[in-house]
Design a protein around this ligand. Structure first.
Ligand code: GLA
Length: 392
């Protein structure tokens, strides 16, 4: 294995947007009077005629997120680099039609169950439930029409001085094979501390598995200039979950030391990704759940991961209440998608850090439970926090 990470000396800098000047129209300026804002525009219609909107959230520092009520998709997210230049740090498409046609979950809300359920089947209270098998013999990301493909009821809110988008959806009993009417609310907030905060809530009228997550593909270069192999990642984990050939956890919790999965200290993603390791071969790269060791009290967020693009200086922290994080290194992009601005997304052109409970938990009683019971309230919070670091 190569040395685990390249050492660079860095300074954490306060965001300097207000001090920067520039002529590029992608450069936005914060000023004393700038306030959080949210606007709504029509984005198009689905093949059945349902109209879809696009909401633009801005915070007081000029960060901007465009979010659709179709799939709760974060279509773009502009954050500053070390020179204050605002650029888009997520993969996606320019038009609604392209998302509807074929997307690998770019920027979407994933549910009812983020990740895989083996053989699309689980038992609850003695009854077997059969789900759609949309990933070989397994069920993935909520099925054929998961929460990434439904139109959510959207209500913008700036009453707290921050831009929030409240999304609600009622998933009917039996949808994609899951029991119970599930009432779901997801709130995206672009905070004035330069965070994209996502809170998830759900209630049900029958016991059912729930594991909601966000499927943003990050590329901190801005405008997806390069692949993400030079991004330096750290994951605050005690181990990872090895998988079988269908990417279903085997039930083992494997220690990280001495494996290419060790991101305890920041390491360029490309360092060990081609290491001769059966788990990397099965995932075509990283596509595994790390078991977080941030030991936070229930309901409080802990630091799960950090990500730095040394070239642009963009730095992201991921905080979550969840016990796990799926790090997916964009192994199935295969140059198949022509994304925003005509950029073709090759393998490893974006990476996902999906906070969640563990895959296949309904069939693995040793994993933390994902079963929501009537009367209980599901809630989960994840924060993607943006800043910059500068090389000396
Ligand atoms: C998740 C999975 C991957 C892949 C992507 C979508 O991250 O873990 O295996 O299915 O979603 O392409």
């Amino acid at each position: 294995m190569k040395p685990s990470f390249s050492i660079i000396t860095i300074f954490v800098l306060a965001l300097q947007i207000g001090c920067q000047s520039g002529s590029n129209n992608q450069t936005k300026h914060a000023n004393e009077t700038m306030k959080a804002n949210i606007t709504k525009t029509a984005w198009g219609a689905l093949p059945d005629g349902t109209t879809v909107d696009l909401f633009t959230l801005t915070n007081k520092n000029g960060l901007e997120a465009k979010i659709s009520n179709y799939g709760g998709i974060v279509v773009s997210l502009f954050t500053p680099d070390m020179n204050g230049k605002m650029e888009d740090i997520v993969l996606g498409f320019d038009s609604l039609d392209e998302y509807v046609k074929d997307t690998p979950y770019f920027g979407s809300i994933v549910g009812r169950y983020g990740n895989r359920i083996a053989k699309g089947r689980f038992e609850l209270k003695g009854k077997t439930y059969n789900l759609a098998k949309n990933d070989g013999e397994n069920h993935l990301h909520g099925g054929l029409k998961g929460f990434d493909k439904v139109v959510w009821e959207a209500v913008p809110d700036t009453s707290s001085g921050e831009a929030s988008l409240n999304l609600t959806y009622v998933s009917p009993d039996g949808e994609e094979g899951y029991p119970g009417n599930l009432e779901v609310r997801v709130v995206y907030t672009l905070t004035n501390q330069d965070e994209l905060k996502i809170t998830y809530f759900a209630t049900t009228d029958k016991q059912t598995p729930v594991n909601l997550t966000h499927h943003g593909y990050f590329n901190l270069t801005g405008g997806a200039k390069r692949d993400i192999l030079a991004h330096e990642l750290s994951i605050n984990a005690s181990g990872f979950l090895p998988v079988d050939s269908g990417l279903i956890p085997t039930g083992e919790l494997r220690a990280l030391n001495g494996t290419p999965f060790n991101f305890k200290t920041p390491k360029p993603i490309g360092n060990d990704i081609n290491f001769d390791d059966i788990q990397l071969k099965l995932g075509l790269g990283y596509d595994h759940t790390w078991v977080l060791s941030n030991h936070k009290p229930i309901g409080e967020v802990g630091l799960a991961a950090t990500l730095l693009d040394p070239e642009s200086g963009r730095y992201m922290e991921v905080w979550t209440t969840e016990p796990g994080i799926q790090f997916y290194s964009g192994n199935f992009l295969h140059g198949k998608y022509k994304g925003k601005g005509g950029v073709v997304y090759q393998d490893r052109w974006g990476l996902c850090l999906e906070t969640q409970h563990f895959p296949d938990s309904p069939n693995r009683l040793i994993f933390p439970s994902t079963i929501l019971v009537p009367g209980d309230h599901y809630s989960s919070t994840t924060i993607y926090k943006f800043s910059v670091k500068r090389k000396l």
